[in-house]
Design a protein. Sequence first.
Length: 200
Amino acid sequence: MAEPGPVTIVHVVDDDHDLGRAVARLLTRLGHRATAFENPVDMMNHQRNEQAHCLVTDIMMAELDGFAFAEQVRAQDPAIAIIFMTAWPSTANAVDAVRLYGGLDYLEKPLDEVRLAAAVAEGAGWSLKRRDALGRIGMLTPREREVFACLGEGMSNKLVASTLGLSPKTIEDHRAAIIMKTGAASPAALIALFRATQGA
């Protein structure tokens, strides 16, 4: 029998108390651990103790604009997926949500439950992958991170050495340490890990 996957945590922020709770109930029925918050500040305080994989947030809120809120959340936790929802959709805002503020999706109210479920599932998967990748590089030294970034761009050892002004032997030593710490043993694995840390 397959092992059950990790429980994904979703925070829902909407200053409409009833709507926020309704969305959280729906996500709970779908197997997520979902909590509704009316106040963005309360959610950020809670996030420090229980990191969510996915944030579903309204854009038009009385206390804090949803885009500004997303920037603060992303600064606090780069591995949280963000899904925006609004009753006042516009093409310009949709582009802003996805491109400028790290949003994964932009949903119009009343919410399409199928699309919401798909977006949260995708977001949780993205978050788990990125959080794992960031954890795997957490023990790298600053110099190893520089080398890792170059290797992640597909550079050869010789090109990394030239780019960073180091000897090829030093790059080989750093590469060996990176492989040992991250478990990414092949060039393809290093590139994939680097892309995951970038949210790709």
